[in-house]
Design a protein around this ligand. Structure first.
Ligand SMILES: Cc1ncc(COP(=O)(O)O)c(C=O)c1O
Length: 381
């Protein structure tokens, strides 16, 4: 049965053209992108120059946010957000186990503690109901701080990830963070072009993070952004991503800890024209979802955007009935050079992360066992 389904997908993907092998998500570069880069190279504008301002202005306008900083990637943006939130040694940060590893590495790099939480089976984001019930039993307030009863450590923040571009329920995320007095950090790395109730993802939390890595819906080669709704935090972040420097005409002055996390101008040049076309790129992925969805059935489901949202459908996702069927599909399609991929293995299962606190984790494992990503921007869809 699953073999027949796999064959149908193979025929559909081959039918849509593209040369083998067919990858999950590839850059959509045009001659305009190349010209923009060449112009900056000719002017010697590699580290600094006008492209950064152009890219930043376009981004701010598109996501409707005043306080945005361009960085060298999504991972360091998460690091900078945690630092700007005063996350300290031994503070706990709630983070989904079903997740890309970047946020956990960012947490560990400042000697804080990842505290793993479970995801829901619909949009694969944090299961807020389960988390609320868990926190109500396992934490107390001390001087308005949320304290883990078992470890006695402060729970400082919650990282939520908008998985494959699909929005988490931000109403639930915000009310939970308010209830437990913890900061909300949105990892919207995969979600440029996605909205919840018409508001762009990454603009709901105290911090939001974007990635412009090579496989994302638009790319600057490597690159990222941090979004905040707070001017003071924005000013703090300016220093954090620039080695803690305080601007001065001719002296080197440092006021706090930081690193060089800034996006180079030449990377911004790669992204300008793609960013101008972001709506077109989102529509192509949405159209592809509809075509794939025609192939879905009871035992092989295409994952739809959640209610109240507009997803960029960055990665198209299939859900099957069992781990066995997932592996069969993956092996068959990869054998045909269609580079489908398993989703993330839950992070709490990795040896070096097993020791960290976690809630009971049923859904994360179920999700991992039954979903896979398939090519998401076929050239001629
Ligand atoms: C959910 C998520 N978070 C963080 C990152 C890290 O972004 P970057 O690769 O730009 O460091 C990525 C992607 O690569 C991601 O998919």
């Amino acid at each position: 049965m699953i073999q027949q389904k796999a064959k149908k997908f193979k025929e559909f993907i081959y039918g849509n053209g593209g040369s083998l092998p067919i990858h999950l998500s590839t850059p959509s570069l045009s001659s305009k992108d190349i010209n923009n880069v060449v112009k900056e190279l000719r002017k010697n504008n590699l580290a600094i120059g006008d492209s950064k301002k152009k890219f930043l202005d376009l981004l701010k306008k598109y996501i409707k946010s005043k306080f945005v900083l361009l960085t060298s990637n999504g991972t360091v943006s998460l690091y900078a957000a945690l630092l700007a939130d005063n996350t300290k040694y031994n503070d706990e940060v709630l983070v989904p186990s079903f997740n890309y590893v970047a946020s956990v590495n960012a947490i560990l790099s400042i000697n804080a503690i990842p505290h793993f939480v479970d995801s829901n089976l619909n949009d694969f984001g944090v299961d807020f109901e389960k988390l609320d019930s868990y926190l109500s039993k396992n934490t107390i307030f001390k001087k308005k701080k949320c304290i883990n009863l078992k470890t006695k450590r402060q729970i400082k923040s919650l990282v939520i990830t908008h998985v494959f571009g699909h929005p988490c329920n931000l109403d639930h995320a915000k009310s939970l963070c308010k209830k437990y007095n913890i900061s909300l950090i949105e990892d919207a790395s995969e979600a440029l072009g996605s909205f919840f109730k018409k508001k762009h993802l990454g603009t709901f939390g105290k911090f939001g993070v974007l990635s412009f890595n090579g496989n994302k819906i638009i790319t600057t080669g490597g690159g990222g952004a941090i979004i905040t709704n707070n001017k003071k935090i924005y000013e703090k972040l300016i220093k954090i991503i620039d080695n803690g420097k305080i601007p001065h005409d001719y002296e080197f002055v440092y006021g706090s800890h930081g690193l060089n996390l800034k996006m180079p101008n030449i990377n911004a040049a790669v992204g300008i024209n793609q960013l101008k076309n972001i709506e077109k790129l989102v529509q192509l992925r949405r159209k592809l979802f509809k075509k794939y969805n025609n192939l879905s059935s009871k035992d092989l489901i295409l994952i739809k955007e959640p209610k109240f949202s507009r997803s960029n459908y960055w990665l198209q996702t299939i859900k099957v009935e069992s781990k066995k069927n997932k592996l069969k599909l993956i092996k068959y399609l990869r054998g045909k050079k269609i580079m489908v991929r398993s989703s993330w293995k839950p992070l709490h299962l990795f040896n070096h992360l097993k020791k960290f606190p976690k809630m009971k984790m049923d859904n994360a494992v179920k999700i991992y066992d039954t979903i896979l990503n398939i090519p998401s921007n076929l050239k001629s869809n």
